[in-house]
Design a protein around this ligand. Structure first.
Ligand code: ASP
Length: 308
């Protein structure tokens, strides 16, 4: 029985010096909790879909990560959450954008996949669907954190100075279950200070999220570039059509195509043999994994030995 799981908590130009030891430890605890929750499900024979849903929901609940509670704000100071999920066996997919009431956007994306005729649902209609489905809904202040509010003020100052937005993040998970099924899920608040109505790569099937019979991919980074490079699907296509390995395909896209366009970020990906690849082209990507051979790793920065 081969099972594998990887999770990420975002990527960016973050160095060790930017993060105090307490936050560093809390980020690792959050990643480990999500990894363990998903992995336990897989060990018990659970589905890849359930594993990625559980892992992403925990990261959404953790205010340290830019998804669900603790999400970044739009320029107007509102939250417009986005999430997607995809079942590699059937290529069924569900995604939401512009969500502001569902406590766990990944669960809403899953309902879109399983209980609606749509793949993608947005804004007021997605909120209405969340309520109609009986999903847990929360008041806007649930999502508020002082840290993200301050990040918005910094972003506004950067924008006023004509500088590009730097603050982002996202969470995601990819899994292979004991029946050989793959799944991917991604959830985000998007980029801090984004335009209201701006849609990133995370909820776009094929850009920030993808799963088929070859691999499952969840991305994090500057979404506009991930959309233009159709990152997650391009990785799967390289496996399917070009015979590349997972490491070759993810590296070609993250350190080739994306970099050439000017896009920063990374991906986590798992293939049907349980190989995992986690390349990124910026200073840090928060990541944790257990691959098909049971090898466990957890790391935040580029220059650290991985550790469990
Ligand atoms: N990809 C997300 C977005 O552009 C942000 C991130 O992953 O950092 O919305």
């Amino acid at each position: 029985m081969t099972i594998a799981l990887a999770v990420h908590g975002g990527a960016g130009p973050i160095s060790r010096a930017d993060i105090d030891p307490e936050r560093d430890a809390a980020l690792r605890t959050g990643l480990a909790a999500a990894l363990d929750a998903g992995y336990r499900l897989l060990q018990a024979g659970g589905s890849a879909l359930d594993a990625v849903t559980a892992a992403v929901a925990l990261l959404e609940d953790d205010p340290l990560f830019n998804a669900g509670r603790g999400a970044d704000f739009t320029l107007d100071g509102t939250v417009e959450l986005e999430a997607a999920i995809m079942d590699g066996q059937t290529q069924a997919a569900g995604s939401v954008t512009g969500v502001s009431v569902a406590k766990n956007p990944v669960k809403l994306a899953r309902r879109v996949m399983e209980a609606s005729p749509c793949v993608m649902l947005g804004f007021a209609a997605a909120d209405t669907f969340a309520r109609a489905q009986g999903l847990e809904c929360v008041a806007p202040d649930y999502f508020f954190t002082e840290q993200r509010w301050q990040a918005l003020q910094q972003e506004k100052a950067r924008l006023a100075a004509g500088q590009e937005s730097m603050k982002h993040g996202t969470v995601g998970a990819v899994a292979l279950d004991s029946q050989g099924r793959l799944a991917a899920a991604t959830s985000t608040g998007g980029r801090a200070g984004k335009w209201p109505g701006r849609i990133g790569d995370s909820p776009l099937i094929g850009a920030g999220t993808w799963a088929d019979q070859h691999c499952a991919v969840s991305a994090t980074g500057h979404g506009e570039y991930f959309i233009r490079a159709v990152v997650a699907h391009d990785i799967a296509a390289r496996l399917a059509y070009a015979g590349q390995t997972l490491v070759e395909a993810t590296d070609s896209v993250v350190n080739g195509t994306l970099l050439e366009l000017g896009g920063s970020g990374g991906v986590i990906a798992v293939d049907v043999q349980g190989h995992i690849a986690t390349p990124f082209n910026c200073a840090a990507m928060y990541r944790a994994m257990v691959d098909g051979e049971g090898r466990r790793e957890l790391a935040l920065y580029r220059d650290e030995p991985s550790e469990a």
